[in-house]
Design a protein. Structure first.
Length: 301
């Protein structure tokens, strides 16, 4: 077995993704490899999407997801769109079914190049999110940052989209808050035994939200698909918006938006947005040592 496999550097609205092809192999991308790849500016990432042979009949692949600190992630919507684009370009197919540790995901690439991912049903039960304390109403829990009589952030909605999320509603622009300082405190708060993704969300209109996210295991991120789904569901659940919203990701690069629908007919959350290929190469999944493919222009010369 070769020590190296093919991989691609991609992004979903700037969410930095490495798609690593582990099909035909029994080994996995190691935490050490993830940490080494993240330490190099060329391959710094938010999530690794490692594509493995399917484990369940009727699925196209099992996706193992790693954060930039080497920890495991259960879900990554932006990363799933990148996997779809990569496999669609390889096979010509448009419809895929994936297995992750969070469950089965169905996805489709549309004619305009955007990709829809069915993220499944949101989970609101406090012990399944999970939280450390019992809350019958998880649309608003007791948690705050700042002085008791004048908190900076308070009363988040909490939900699992395959991974735990806390959504804090803000009145000012989401970029005006020091999320780089609050994020690690809230991610690792005792309320969240498995840590949590922390999002600041501003309601722009009954059909649009603006979001910024501190991602569990990755830190400040340019975009987070599951956080956008958590924000959309939480906004609809609390009467701030309807069930079909446009999410403006404040830090997204390239600029763009996600469309998130929380379907009434089956309670599933469907996220639609772009994915972008940047470059390809080969990588050692044990160590993270990589080489970059020659660019087409260089090959032509």
């Amino acid at each position: 077995m070769s020590n190296t496999v093919e991989f691609a550097r991609m992004n979903g609205l700037g969410n930095k993704i490495l798609v690593i092809d582990m099909r035909g192999r029994k080994d996995r991308v190691t935490p050490d490899a993830a940490i080494a790849l993240n330490a190099d500016p060329a391959t710094q990432f938010d999530q690794i999407m490692a594509i493995h042979d399917p484990k369940v009949e009727g699925t196209d692949a099992f996706i193992d997801i790693l954060n930039s600190d080497g920890s495991k992630a259960q879900a990554c919507g932006n990363g799933t769109r990148c996997v779809v684009q990569a496999l669609a370009a390889e096979s010509g197919r448009k419809v895929f079914t994936f297995q992750t540790v969070a469950g089965i995901l169905n996805a489709v690439e549309h004619e305009d190049g955007t990709i829809s991912v069915d993220m499944g049903k949101p989970v609101f039960d406090w012990d399944k999110i999970p939280l450390a304390e019992e809350f019958h109403d998880t649309s608003r829990i007791e948690l705050q940052i700042g002085p008791i009589d004048d908190p900076i952030l308070h009363s988040p909605a909490v939900v699992s989209m395959g991974n735990p999320h806390a959504v804090f509603w803000v009145d000012k622009d989401v970029m005006s808050y020091d999320l780089g300082r609050f994020g690690p405190l809230l991610e690792n708060h005792p309320m969240f035994p498995e840590r949590a993704n922390i999002s600041l969300v501003q309601v722009v209109s009954p059909s649009s939200l603006r979001i910024r996210t501190w991602e569990r295991g990755a830190g400040l991120t340019l975009a987070c698909g599951s956080a956008s789904c958590a924000a959309a569901v939480s906004a609809a659940r609390t009467g701030r918006t309807g069930r079909d919203v446009t999410i403006e990701v404040a830090t997204a690069k390239p600029p763009g938006k996600l469309q998130v629908e929380w379907r009434e007919r089956d309670d599933h959350v469907v996220m639609t947005g772009p994915a972008e290929w940047e470059w390809s190469g080969t990588v050692d999944p044990a160590t993270g040592a990589f080489s970059r493919d020659a660019e087409p222009e260089a090959q032509a010369r």
